[in-house]
Design a protein around this ligand. Structure first.
Ligand SMILES: *[C@@H]1O[C@H](CO)[C@@H](O)[C@H](O)[C@H]1NC(C)=O
Ligand SMILES: *[C@@H]1O[C@H](CO)[C@@H](O)[C@H](O)[C@H]1NC(C)=O
Ligand SMILES: *[C@@H]1O[C@H](CO)[C@@H](O)[C@H](O)[C@H]1NC(C)=O
Ligand SMILES: *[C@@H]1O[C@H](CO)[C@@H](O)[C@H](O)[C@H]1NC(C)=O
Ligand SMILES: *[C@@H]1O[C@H](CO)[C@@H](O)[C@H](O)[C@H]1NC(C)=O
Length: 565
């Protein structure tokens, strides 16, 4: 008996320490505060009685293996650590007004109930919560393009239009949700001048640039160690500037100080075609971003915290670096060049948003697509996509972003790019477009235009939102096919929606039908994306199927299942 008591106590200790490891729940009978009662009795009862209340018991799982369970009277307790894996449920010990309790959840994801009608010039879904640039699969923000470089399907890095658009849409949304940023111009070559420290032999002057029609700062460091500017500006870490070099080589370096460790980390923008390079030799550490052809004007908007963290990750220092502990110590320019609009701010969401919009304008091809330069494997050898494919989701999200850029700036080239972006929607996925048909009848815009089609749900709905944004914001006489493509897509969506319902969740695509594979069950975050997308559509289309299905799918997230026969 004494041995058993000790074991039970040990179990409890482990439960408290490791939270989820060993918590018991009822598998049959009534679930009335089992856990607290268990602890309660154990504390109060005498050592002799404890062993009588709880007995060790072997549970045989499907006759295949055994695990250790507990028995109290007629009730059986199965370890939560086992149930967690078996049913993919989640649980943790928490404190509720001083009392410990166990919180069980069926899913880990969240549904955002829209409070008003979707607005094509407003925030994009809940993207204001996104922080695309800090994701592990983002190598860094390119200094030549101003957009993220993805490593998701190719470690060397490439520009992924979906990610570029999401980066822009998240900053557009943050511009609408955040407080007005603090912003300070440090140098504009004219009205605002900074106190540069110019060593012997070096020079700075401010003059009018006849190409740019504006005053700029011209610097020349000659053979000196460089021209510097003390900053100590506190916690604002978003720096923007216009820069070009007149010499073949040159650099602009920001020295960041970690206030805890009083270490200085340089981040440099240099004349180099190399995207990012980290120097890590004895006593010298720096992260360099290549400016490409630095003799042309470059307009940069940099989140220096992100720039430094990406360097840290590449040098093996890890990504832990608190933003609030960093401040700019000083700035240094080398070489012969011109600088303008040097500005420090707490954020510059619109600068980052327009970087994405401009990237999309520059990189759209003559078919209106944003080709994706990496091979995409869908299902081990089946229906691979060769580099150069278009994604209906990429097209749609680019359209959502470009229409917002057009709305904000009034510049027609954003509108033109968005309209051209619709072209692949009318071209079959067998011929390099994104259009497929379900059972030769219902058109579908493919996130991955595989042959045979894969019918990915969330990417299809993103493409519909892009089409809707064109319909809402383009001048009426220029909407083109957008309305027709949207209406056809909505019709297919309503017809096919039931096929994605498993009775306890959703499937991500219809590969089980088209590729003859096992169903591709949607993770909870994709499941909740499906719901959030349907709820968004329900604010612009009153067909009850959207809210009915969204409601049923939401109930699956708290363990409801469709009735069986
Ligand atoms: C849509 O969003 C924009 C930007 O936030 C706002 O200016 C506009 O008033 C909104 N329109 C409606 C109808 O809510
Ligand atoms: C959003 O953009 C507007 C216009 O560019 C700017 O005035 C405002 O300060 C920005 N707000 C935020 C939070 O970025
Ligand atoms: C360019 O400048 C960098 C840093 O100032 C220096 O390391 C590099 O050697 C220079 N390259 C050339 C070709 O001068
Ligand atoms: C870079 O330097 C840091 C600190 O000195 C060290 O911890 C890290 O291992 C180095 N990384 C490489 C790749 O040399
Ligand atoms: C600096 O900003 C002003 C105002 O936006 C702009 O007109 C000017 O061209 C910029 N300077 C450079 C060198 O691009």
């Amino acid at each position: 008996m004494a041995r058993l008591n000790l074991k039970l106590l040990l179990f409890l200790l482990i439960a408290v320490v490791s939270c989820t490891l060993v918590t018991y729940i009822f598998t049959c009978g009534h679930a009335t505060s089992s856990h607290t009662r268990f602890i309660h009795r154990l504390k109060e009862s005498s050592p002799e009685s404890r062993g009588k209340l709880y007995e060790e018991l072997l549970c045989s799982i499907n006759g295949m293996y055994q695990i250790s369970c507990r028995k109290e009277g007629r009730e059986v307790f199965v370890p939560f650590s086992f149930l967690e894996k078996y049913y993919e449920v989640y649980g943790k010990l928490t404190k509720n007004s001083g009392h410990e309790q166990f919180e069980w959840s069926h899913s880990y994801s969240k549904v955002f109930k829209p409070t008003m009608r979707y607005n094509s010039s407003g925030m994009f879904m809940y993207f204001s919560n996104y922080n695309v640039e800090v994701r592990d699969r983002v190598k860094c923000i390119s200094a030549t393009e101003g957009v993220p470089v993805s490593t998701q399907w190719e470690a060397s890095g490439y520009y992924y239009p979906v990610q570029v658009a999401q980066y822009g849409l998240s900053h557009y949304s943050k511009n609408l949700s955040d407080r007005t940023p603090k912003r300070k111009i440090l140098e504009d070559g004219n009205l605002v001048t900074a106190k540069w420290q110019v060593p012997k032999g070096a020079s700075v002057k401010r003059n009018y640039d006849y190409e740019k029609f504006t005053h700029v700062l011209e610097f020349n460091s000659h053979d000196s160690t460089g021209i510097s500017l003390k900053l100590r500006q506190g916690i604002d870490l978003v720096l923007s500037f216009d820069l070009r070099f007149l010499s073949m080589n040159g650099s602009l370096t920001i020295f960041l100080e970690d206030r805890d460790r009083s270490t200085i980390f340089p981040v440099s923008f240099v004349c180099s075609p190399v995207l990012i390079h980290v120097f890590n030799s004895s006593g010298s550490y720096s992260t360099n971003y290549g400016l490409g052809s630095c003799q042309n004007w470059n307009q940069l908007t940099r989140d220096l915290h992100v720039d430094l963290v990406k360097g840290h990750v590449l040098s093996g220092r890890g990504k832990k670096l608190s933003k609030t502990k960093l401040r700019i110590h000083h700035l240094l320019v080398k070489g012969h060049g011109q600088l303008d609009n040097l500005t420090l701010a707490s954020s510059n969401h619109m600068g980052m948003f327009y970087s994405s919009a401009d990237w999309l304008v520059r990189h759209q091809d003559s078919s209106g697509g944003w080709p994706i330069g990496v091979k995409r494997k869908i299902a081990s050898g089946k229906a691979d996509l060769d580099p150069g494919w278009y994604s209906a989701m990429g097209q749609g999200q680019a359209m959502s972003l470009l229409m917002r850029a057009y709305y904000r700036s009034g510049k027609s080239h954003y509108l033109e790019a968005a309209l051209k972006g619709m072209k692949p929607f009318s071209k079959s996925s067998t011929e390099g477009g994104v259009r497929a048909y379900f059972m030769n009848q219902y058109p579908w815009y493919e996130e991955y235009p595989t042959v045979p089609p894969s019918f990915v749900l969330n990417g299809f709905i993103y493409s519909l939102i892009g089409l809707y944004d064109v319909v809402s914001l383009a001048p009426h006489d220029q909407v083109g096919d957008a309305q027709l493509l949207f209406d056809q897509g909505m019709h297919s969506l309503k017809k096919l929606l039931p096929l994605f319902d498993t009775g306890s969740g959703t499937v991500y695509d219809l590969r089980h039908f088209t590729l003859g594979l096992a169903p591709n069950i949607a993770r909870w975050d994709y499941h909740s994306t499906h719901i959030n997308q349907l709820l968004l559509l329900s604010t612009i289309d009153s067909d009850p199927i959207l809210t009915t299905v969204a409601g049923r799918w939401t109930s699956y997230m708290s363990g409801k299942r469709a009735a069986h026969n």
